[in-house]
Design a protein around this ligand. Structure first.
Ligand code: AMP
Ligand code: MG
Length: 401
């Protein structure tokens, strides 16, 4: 049995690199940039109207006043998308639409709502206070670095890359995952339960956790505890995936065959059993460059082990510069009985008081209980070397995504 810290270290030390690939912009959401992005153009590329209104030379209306209106002759209309170069001569104006290019000499746009127009003339009654122009290069200058390697591709990232005209980017490859739930007692939701059987919650839950990470290639299967079928499924998963995640069957029961079969399939055990609660039977092994995680079958234990160990590992492989759950040191809202021998992971919930934030351990901490996970927004890490934690003491808190 090893400590939580040692288990984390062993995983970190064994992570493979999956390389990079070029992907189309419309198919890279959730991937992580494997290159710095330098702006190929400035943004805005050309100065354009921020409002629908009238554009003119500012110096023409410098002396305008209520009792001394200046008349500007309206020469025509400039629409968004117009390509011809226009220029303003003294005491001229153009009607201009939002996004349309500012003609040369144009210094300001008077919004339509504030404009007085008579016949074909714009009456100005004073200098303008705002220019209502989006100026060329005011946001991004051509050649500057706009995104760094390690930046996750979010909808906003896609928007910026598109605005820069970029349709393809280098991203880190994502791991292909084989997800296998084991147990002869498992029935898929939607089917009738026979005596002694239960619904399979791990497959759906862990599949959703992977989907939530933006991982695209997940092959899921639920199998019984029969050696032949389990062997066949694991062999195939090892062939087709970069990382295999197995839930159930890694404990010490007579039908916990997974470790045995993995051994037959030349998976090298890196560790088995961690001094923690829940999740003691956690297994980690490697076959070539491929990772194999064995999770306890109890759903809350599987969930917690997934987020404490597999999530950061997959995150790193995916290229995130800050892998793993977001961490914070926070005060505990109540006394906790610790366990001197094992690290505890408690389902918790953040409370924001007037003065400070604190976390509250939830009820139903059992490793088979998942209803409390629906209320939890974090895991409270109670270190192994403590006997009791007093209210207000600070502990590491890991926030769930
Ligand atoms: P195991 O780790 O296979 O010994 O399973 C431990 C406990 O978790 C047993 O009570 C199983 O019935 C339960 N269990 C295992 N797999 C699942 C699953 N996919 N969904 C719900 N419960 C499970
Ligand atoms: Mg089992």
């Amino acid at each position: 049995m090893i400590s939580v810290e040692k288990a984390r270290r062993l995983i970190r030390r064994n992570l493979p690199s999956l390389g990079i690939e070029a992907r189309q912009l419309d198919d890279c959401l959730g991937f992580v940039l494997a290159e710095d992005i330098l702006a190929p153009i400035s943004l805005p590329l050309f100065s354009n109207a921020a409002m629908d209104g009238y554009v003119f030379r500012t110096r023409d209306i410098q002396k305008a006043a209520k009792e001394n209106p200046v008349l500007l002759k309206i020469k025509g209309t400039i629409k968004a998308g117009d390509q011809g170069a226009r220029s303003l001569r003294p005491f001229e104006a153009y009607r201009i639409m939002t996004g349309a290019p500012i003609p040369s000499q144009g210094g300001a746009v008077l919004p339509k709502e504030e404009a007085h127009v008579k016949a074909n003339f714009l009456l100005t009654e004073g200098p303008v206070s705002r220019k209502h122009i989006h100026f060329a290069g005011e946001e991004i200058k051509k050649g500057t670095r706009v995104l760094k390697k390690g930046h996750p591709v979010s909808p906003a990232t896609v928007g910026l890359l598109a605005a820069l005209g970029i349709d393809k980017v280098w991203v880190f490859r994502q791991p292909r995952i084989g997800l296998i739930a084991t147990g002869s007692e498992l029935v898929q939701p939607g089917n009738a339960l026979l005596r002694g059987t239960i619904y399979d919650s791990n497959a759906g839950m862990l599949g959703a956790a992977l989907q939530n990470m933006g991982i695209r290639r997940v092959r899921m299967k639920t199998v019984s505890d029969r050696r032949a079928v389990l062997t066949k499924t694991l062999r195939r998963a090892l062939r087709e995936s970069d990382t295999v995640i197995i839930a159930g069957g890694v404990s010490v029961g007579e039908y916990d065959l997974v470790k045995d079969i993995l051994n037959d399939l030349n998976v090298r055990t890196i560790f088995w059993q961690v001094s923690q609660k829940p999740g003691k039977p956690l297994f980690f092994g490697k076959a070539g460059g491929k990772l194999v995680f064995g999770l306890p079958g109890n759903p809350a234990a599987a969930f917690i082990c997934f987020y404490e160990y597999i999530f950061p590992a997959l995150h790193s492989m995916m290229g995130f510069s800050k892998p793993g759950l977001r961490r914070e040191l926070l005060a505990i809202a109540t006394d906790i009985k610790a366990d001197e021998r094992r690290t505890l992971f408690l389902k918790g919930r953040l409370r924001k008081g007037l003065k400070r934030k604190e976390v509250m351990p939830l009820g139903h901490q059992g490793s088979h209980m998942i209803s409390s996970l629906c209320q939890a927004d974090c895991l409270i890490v109670v270190p192994a070397w403590k006997r009791v934690i007093r209210k207000n003491e600070k502990l590491a808190v890991h926030f769930l995504p």
